[in-house]
Design a protein around this ligand. Sequence first.
Ligand code: AMP
Length: 428
Amino acid sequence: MTAPTSTPTRVLVLNSGSSSLKYQLIDMRDGSRPAQGIVERIGEETSRLAHTPLREGGGGKRERNGPISDHSAALKAVAEELAADGLGLDSPELAAIGHRVVHGGLRFTEPTVVNGEVLAEIERLVPVAPLHNPANLIGIRTAMALRPDLPQVAVFDTAFHTTMPESAARYAIDVETADAHRIRRYGFHGTSHAYVSRETARLLGKAPEEVNVIVLHLGNGASASAVRGGRCVDTSMGLTPLEGLVMGTRSGDIDPAVTFHLRRVAGMSADEIDVLLNKRSGLVGLCGDNDMREIRRRIDEGDERAALAFDVYVHRLKKYIGAYYAVLGRVDAVAFTAGVGENAAPVRQAAIAGLEELGLAVDAELNAARSDGARIISPEYARVAVAVVPTDEELEIARQSYALVRGADAPDGTAREALVRGAEGSNE
Ligand code: AMP
C-alpha cells in the first residue's frame, strides 16, 4: 500500500446496478487497487458484501452475509469495510468518487462533476434507460450524502459515442416522432471502447489520432465500434443495448416486425417481448447457455444446438467487422476485449477467418497463448493488426474523474485531453 501524501491520488469508482454495487478504490499513481469489492442482492434477505483489500501475498478477503436493505445501506457498509483498512471515505487521499452512469443522452459528452442540475438531467433520461439510470442515481445520491464536500464525477457509457455523425446515429424513421421521443442511436460500453481504442494505439506505438480501430467488446453484453483517430464514428448498440451483436441473452439486430408479429400472432405484451429479446435470446435463446466456455465444451461433445449458437454469434460478428471496415475505409487494428473477446480464442479465430483479402489474419499460436496483458495475435505479414486488449472500465472512469477534478494528466501519463474531450465537431 502506498504511503499517504499531501496530494490526493485515489479515486473511488462506483458502479451501481439495480440490486448490486461494485466498487474499486484506485490509486492513480500506478493504477493499483488498494481495495475493491461488490455488494450483491441488495434489498433481499441474502445480501452479500465481498471486500478484497490489496495485501502483500494476497488474502484478507472479507465477506458479510445478511440483509442490506438499500443502496444507502450498501454504501455505508462498503465505507465501513474501507475504514477498517484505513481507507475510509474521510481519507484526505481521496480525490473524487467516479460513478458509472449508463445513459447520458446527447447532453453529456464528457465526464461531468455532479450537481443538482446534472442529477435532474440524468433523471430526465430515465425513460430511455429505465433499468440503469435509476440505480446509478441512487448510487450518486448516496455517495453525495456521505461525502458532500468531495467531487462526485459522472462518467457516461454513452459519452464516447456522441461523436458519431448523424448518418450513423439517426434511425431512418419519421424525424418528428424520433425527436419527440429522443429516439436515436446512442451506443453503450463507451468507457470500454474509449479505453481499448487508446490502449490499442499504445500497443501499436502510435498516438490515438493516428489510428483507425475496430473495437469488439464481447462480454455478456457485446458491442462493436468503429473508431477513427480516437473518435467513435459508429457503434452497434442503439437506443438501448439491445441492438447489434448477438449477446449472452440479447438478440442483437432483429427485424422490428418480429415484435409486431409476436404481439399480433402470439398475443405477447410489450413487456413480455422485452424480456424475450433482452433475457431469453442471444446465445441462451439459441442453445440454453450464455457462457462461451460451456458452449465450446458442448461443441467439443458434438452438440448441434451449441454449434448453431456459435455460428450465429460469429456470423454477426463478422458482418460488423466488414461493415466497420467499410465505414472506416482504412483499418489499422481490430481489437478484441471483455470476457469472450479476451478469453475465447475460437471466437477470435472464427471471426477473422476468411478475411485475408482485407489484410486480416490470426496466428494460431499467438491466438492460443494466454496472457493478462495487451497483445497482437496477427502474423507479421498481416496488413491490419489483430489484438487482444483487456478492458479496464474502472481504471478509465478513475482516469477521467481524476483528470477532470485535478485538471491534470493522469499520473500514469495518459494525457488529460485524451480523457476529457468535449465532443466539439460532433455530429458532423
Ligand atoms: P464480461 O461480461 O466481460 O464479464 O464477460 C462474461 C462472459 O465472458 C461470460 O459469460 C463468458 O461467456 C465469457 N468468458 C469468460 N471467461 C471465458 C473463458 N475463459 N473462455 C471463454 N469465454 C469466457
